[in-house]
Structures are given as C-alpha cells and as structure tokens.
Design a protein around this ligand. Structure first.
Ligand SMILES: Nc1ncnc2c1ncn2[C@@H]1O[C@H](COP(=O)(O)OP(=O)(O)OP(=O)(O)O)[C@@H](O)[C@H]1O
Ligand SMILES: [Mg+2]
Length: 504
C-alpha cells in the first residue's frame, strides 16, 4: 500500500538551530497520525515543510508515491494538503465569510464581488460543519475559540486529502472539542489523512491511530496508539520517566487573607461572586469555558469595570479601575490570550523576561544592569527549558510553546502579592508543566496568594489548596483539596444548567 504522504530524511536548519535532523514521517488515507514532542521538538517545522511554507534543506517527500517539493502553500493545496495553523492566520478586519473564501470570492460581471453569493456559500460550509455562525460576523469580534473554528472551515473548504491540525484544541472548550472530534471521525471515514499535534495527552488515546515522536529535532519512534500506554509515549517524548505525584502542601487555613472579593457583579457574566485567597495559598478556579472565570479575573485586574461588589487587598477595600491600578495594588494577571497582551514578539527573550520588571534590573544610578538581566534570563531559560539558541533571539522565532514559557517567566518574576494565572500551561509540554507547577508552589511558599484558572481538572487537583467552581457567572462551590474529585467538581461546574433543565 502506498502512503498518502511520505517524508524521509527531512533536514532543516535555522540560524543557530538544527530544527530537523533526518526526520521521517508517513501518513495513510483515513488515519489520524499524532505528531508528538516537547516544545521546540520540530513538529510545526515538519508540518510547515509538508504544507509548502518552508523549504527543506534535505530529504524527500512523496505524495501518492511520487516525489514532490511544494514551494508554496498554494502548491501544497494543489497536492491536496491543508494545514490549520498553531497561530491564527485570519484577517481581523474582514468578515468570517471573506476569510474563508479569501482569493476565491464569487464575482459578478466586471469582477465585482458577489457578497450575497459569498455569504450563502460560506453559510453552507458552516452548516456542514455544524458551526452556528453568521458569515457576516467580523473576525475580530470573535473569541479565540470561534476564530479557530473559522480557520478550520477555511482549510476544509479546499476539500483537502491531507489535513494537518497544529494544536487545534488549545483554545477550545469540551463541547467544541467533542464537535471537532466528531468532524475528525467524519473526515477519516471519507478517507482524509489527518496529522494531529497536541500537548493534551488524553486526546491522543481518544483519536489517534498512530503516534510519531520527535525529540530535539530527531525522529524517535512511531508506535500504535491503541497498544502503547501513555507513560511510554511520554517517556519517548522527554527521554526519561516523568512521575506525576501529588505533593503534600503546607496548611494555609490560618494565614492572613491576601485578597477578598465580595459580591462581585458585572452583567450576566459575573453574578455575586465572593471568595478569598490567603497568603501562601493556591486557589484553583474550575468550570467550563464561559463559566465566568476569566471575566472574574478581569474585574479583579481592572481590565473590565464591575457593576457592583467589593475588592479587598490585605483587608483594605481598593478601587481598582485599570490594570495599572491593580498592579499598583500588587495584583498581577497572566491573561489567557498571551499573544495580544503578554509578549513583545519583536523583542528578544531577555528583554521580554526583564521588561515588566525593569526596576529589579536598574541600579541606584538608574542604569540598566544588563548582567543581572542576562543572569535572570539564563536562570528561567534553564528552569523552564525554553528552547532558544540564546537569550538574544527574537521571541517571534521561538516555537509556540516556548513563547508561552517566556510570558510565564515574566509573570513568575513579578513582585505581586496576588497573582492570577489564566490557563498557564496551555500549549506547554508535559515536562515543562511540572516545572511550572514547582515554580507556582515556590511562589506560594514565599507567601504570595495565587489563583490558577484552568480547564484541565488534573492540573487544578494537583495544584490547588482549595478549588472554586463557577457555572454560568455564579460561584457554585468551593471545595477543599482533600475532598475534591473530578466528579464533584464537574457536578458543581454544570449545576445551574441542571437546575434549569429540571425547572423547564
Ligand atoms: N523561522 C524560524 N527561525 C528560527 N528558528 C525557528 C524558526 N521556526 C522554528 N524555529 C526553531 O526551530 C525549533 C523547532 O520549532 P517548532 O516550531 O517546529 O517546534 P514545535 O515542536 O512545534 O514546538 P511547540 O510545541 O512549542 O509548538 C525551535 O527551536 C524553534 O525555535
Ligand atoms: Mg508548534
């Protein structure tokens, strides 16, 4: 049987980085082939070569057994290869429909754009994907998750035979993920070959047929997903065994309260939310997407204005009206949308890490101490395993996950009494996750109060002293670590939905 796509001995170098070292990969029709590896292992680079974005330095690529060398995304499309990128590539000022059919818009006579036909056609595409969206919606008004779905629709509108999905679920909620997987099953049945990249280990068992692992740009192995236990796959990825034990944590129940929130309210998004966090405590926030966790964090951080309610820091009522106010009160917020709020991608790794902490690196004469910055950057690069040729590399040239690590380093370094981390490990590989947990625990041990919003229940259970659960804008419960299980959290996370069902 010939493969749909076959890659052999693929080599690729960037200045200072040997990104792919004679890597092989093949794809059959009707299978999901997961491509796994730590941040910076070379996954996106290999797929950018397959989809005509990068040229390879060496090696062979065959489609249906015939040698090919797609030199543009267009050339790859002509071979039936479509890619859904890790970074969204939509035009923000255009509508959903204009984005989906960009360059292929239906036209009337004299080349005039046929807006009605465009919207009609894209509405059909959306309907076939079960996507409830008005084709005239402007992209910039949509959440990251919905933008991701537009991107998927755009790629599928070419009817690819090979579909590459580079971390498609990083921004999706559970329902959206299930819908995406249903779509994947349908494509598989139609004989499409799918390459699937994700750091969510649980997904691999759910949808992958085979798994190929890369490490440091090298090919490690290809295994059958059903026959290979997850710890084995993780070991192939990181080159050692990763133990996932839940550590004992210090009792913080008697510590002074660092942050207290009383009856915080904003429209329907956040309704009467009250809780406190003590010094040294990690308070987890669980809930489904749209439960109001990010919205609550944004109110505390002054990014949005509250309708009513009170915020107290160290017992003092504070009037936080902007993020600058919040920072002045010692509150920091790592937002879930890091690309827009967290990083200066055209600056170096070192500058990004130091940027928000310049006072730390300024000596008495007001001069920046480059050496201190360099030392700190080196320390975080080492601890978080940030893969970069040097701390002078522009952040834009790092892999997706390594960019995330830079933002995290930035916030870990900040002198805040209260730190809110929104989905801190999204897109982060499994080895670096444990290191981030350890750093968060260090911060707590230093007496900071920490809030971690996370959609991954194992993460919330692993980190939190207590777990606050929200559902549809309300706080439905706060559970102690010792009493918490995935089941009772899920119960609270869907509580108001259930109440509604029974009253209907
Ligand atoms: N355009 C570029 N210029 C310089 N270096 C690059 C470029 N693109 C990628 N790299 C480097 O190549 C290596 C592989 O990056 P790649 O994006 O393929 O990793 P990845 O496996 O997709 O990681 P992640 O899980 O973080 O997305 C990294 O060290 C990255 O910094
Ligand atoms: Mg990548």
């Amino acid at each position: 049987m010939t493969f749909l796509v076959e890659m052999k001995g693929i080599d690729k170098r960037f200045p200072g980085v040997h990104a792919l070292k004679s890597v092989q990969f093949d794809l059959r029709a009707g299978e999901v082939h997961a491509l796994m590896g730590e941040n910076g292992a070379g996954k996106s680079t290999l797929m950018k070569i397959m989809s005509g974005i990068y040229a390879r330095d060496g090696g062979k690529m065959l489609v249906d057994g015939k040698p090919v060398a797609p030199d543009s995304p267009r050339a790859a499309q002509d071979l039936g290869i479509g890619i859904i990128h890790q970074e969204l590539s939509l035009m923000n000022d255009l509508t959903a429909a204009q984005n989906v059919l960009i360059g292929r818009e239906p036209r009337r006579r004299f080349g005039r754009l046929d807006e009605a036909a465009l919207n009609e056609k894209v509405s059909e595409i959306f309907a076939s994907l079960n996507l409830d969206m008005d084709p005239r919606t402007q992209v910039s008004t949509q959440t990251i998750a919905r933008q991701q779905l537009i991107e998927i629709a755009k790629t599928l509108s070419y009817n690819p035979r090979v579909l590459i999905m580079d971390e498609p679920t990083a921004a999706l909620n559970d329902v959206e993920i299930s819908e995406l997987f249903a779509l994947v099953d349908k494509l598989k049945a139609d004989g499409v070959g799918i390459v699937y990249i994700s750091h969510r280990m649980d997904e691999i068992k759910r949808i992958a047929d085979r798994v190929t692992v890369l490490r440091d740009g090298a090919y490690i192995d290809t295994v059958d997903a059903a026959d290979t236990p997850l710890p084995k796959i993780i070991q192939l990825m990181v080159g050692r065994e990763v133990t996932q034990e839940t550590p004992d944590i210090p009792n913080t129940a008697e510590n002074p309260v660092a942050l207290e929130v009383r009856n915080l309210t904003r429209g329907k998004d956040v309704q009467n939310v009250s809780f406190d966090v003590r010094k040294g405590e990690i308070l987890g926030f669980a809930g489904l997407m749209g439960a109001g966790r990010t919205e609550t964090a944004r109110l505390i951080f002054g990014a949005d204005t509250r309708d009513s309610g009170e915020i107290l820091i160290a017992g003092q009522s504070v009037n936080v009206r902007s993020p600058a106010d919040a920072v002045a009160c010692g509150v920091g917020y790592l937002s879930e949308d890091r690309k827009h709020f967290g990083l200066a991608v055209d600056m170096t790794v070192r500058a990004n890490i130091a940027m928000t902490n310049l006072s730390k690196f300024t000596n008495k004469a007001g001069i920046l101490d480059e050496n201190a910055m360099k030392k700190t950057a080196a320390d975080y690069i080492e601890r978080l395993g940030i893969r970069t040729p040097s701390d002078r590399q522009d952040v834009r040239l790092l892999s997706g996950g390594n960019q995330q690590k830079v933002v995290i380093a930035k916030w870990l370094l900040r002198d805040c009494d209260v730190l809110i981390f929104d989905e801190p490990t999204r897109g982060i590989d499994i080895g670096a996750k444990s290191e981030i947990y350890a750093l968060l625990e260090d911060l707590a041990a230093q007496g900071r109060a920490i809030i971690v919003i996370s959609s991954e229940l194992p993460e919330v259970l692993r980190l939190s002293h207590r777990i606050a659960v929200m559902c549809e804008g309300r706080m439905t419960g706060i559970i102690n670590r010792t009493d918490a299980t995935q089941e009772n959290i899920m119960e609270l996370a869907t509580q108001t939905a259930k109440i509604k069902e029974t009253t209907q």
